[in-house]
Write a protein that binds this ligand. Sequence first.
Ligand SMILES: Cc1cc2nc3c(=O)[nH]c(=O)nc-3n(C[C@H](O)[C@H](O)[C@H](O)COP(=O)(O)OP(=O)(O)OC[C@H]3O[C@@H](n4cnc5c(N)ncnc54)[C@H](O)[C@@H]3O)c2cc1C
Length: 396
Amino acid sequence: MTTTRTPLHTDVAIIGAGILGLAHAYAFAKRGLRVTVFERSGAPVGASIRNFGMVLVTGQPPGAMHALAQASREIWLGWAAGAALHVRRSGSLMFARSEAEARVIESFAATRAEASGYDAALLSRAALDDLYDGRFRKHRAALHGRADLQVFSREAVPALIDYLRRVFNVEFRFGTLVRDVDGGRVETTAGVWRAEHVVVCAGHDYLSLLAPQLAALEPRVCRLQMLRVRPVTPFALDHAVLTGLSCLHYGAFSDLPEAAALHAEVAAQEPALLEHGIHLLASPTPDGGLIVGDSHDYDDDPTPFNAHAIDEILLGLAESTLGSALRVIERWQGVYGARTGTSGAPFSVLRAGPNVTGVYMHSGVGMSIGPALGEQVVGHLLDGAGGRGGCRVGAA
Ligand SMILES: Cc1cc2nc3c(=O)[nH]c(=O)nc-3n(C[C@H](O)[C@H](O)[C@H](O)COP(=O)(O)OP(=O)(O)OC[C@H]3O[C@@H](n4cnc5c(N)ncnc54)[C@H](O)[C@@H]3O)c2cc1C
């Protein structure tokens, strides 16, 4: 139902209260603009609270994405101080389960880490043997990603919203669906607003807003199975954990020559991992549990049905990597935006008119690069071509 009342006014209208919407809200509001965020749910329930909360700097490919992740790390640390949200700063540990995994990690440490400025290094054998009382001794090697951070997203996102409200007077309109944006006119279920800037950060909703522009990108979604577990015998893990399997997924490693041999080995010995896009990530939670995942299923419409067999593979990988029996507390699925075709662009920035911009992730790293992406897009919109940091409108 369209209202006939005089439109309300705000300097900036953001659609979506996920990490991208919040990052853009922060970047505008800290420059003194009046920001209103419209979110159709009563609270954020999208990808931004369903994830591992890993701010992965080490995993990003060298160049623009690594730079975005480094800059996002600094923004997260600023938010941690301002919003009193907990950020784990011990970094990540990537364990090599096999010689093939070790060779990729060692190659990264010996070549790319220094050449491209990654703050990451191999643990010495003695350090690996001593780590967490010898719990990880059986692994062939371990890479310490010192720059990586980790947050507990289901607490961090609400804390960030509270911070934006309190400190920057950002107005949040929850339970408010945006039906249409046309220039600076924003038509919502709670009335019509006018804004100088409209930024659509609608996650993987490709049909409600900017549908023609999005259709041209051939977007898809990726569906992931996730678990929250508790070690049967508690131990205090203070690092995000990955295995060498992640070298097949993250651009910092996946184009290294040694990754091809790893891929061949996994295809021969553990084909189900490739079939379901499984690699192990484990993030400690504040209550002594762990978020464990994930699998990757790319489609247009994600099936709502989780496969027990995939959960069992994930649990088995987690138990053997962590050296602990695990009890499952929660199961859920996450969905994030992806893209078909040959484009490897990890995100798109769409100019849908002089006042309207859409920002969409096409890969599962929005927590890692979203804060700095928001800063770049807002810099570009307010300060002109290139913006601070040089945002390329169109794609990364
Ligand atoms: C299981 C899982 C694990 C992940 N792990 C990590 C990780 O560890 N590290 C990392 O960097 N990335 C991770 N990611 C990726 C990351 O979570 C996403 O890239 C990021 O959250 C996307 O943020 P977003 O703001 O674009 O989308 P979302 O968080 O989905 O937010 C979009 C919001 O827009 C709202 N919306 C849509 N349309 C409208 C409308 N018309 N009107 C009003 N509101 C609307 C939706 O309700 C939603 O709240 C993971 C993703 C998943 C699913």
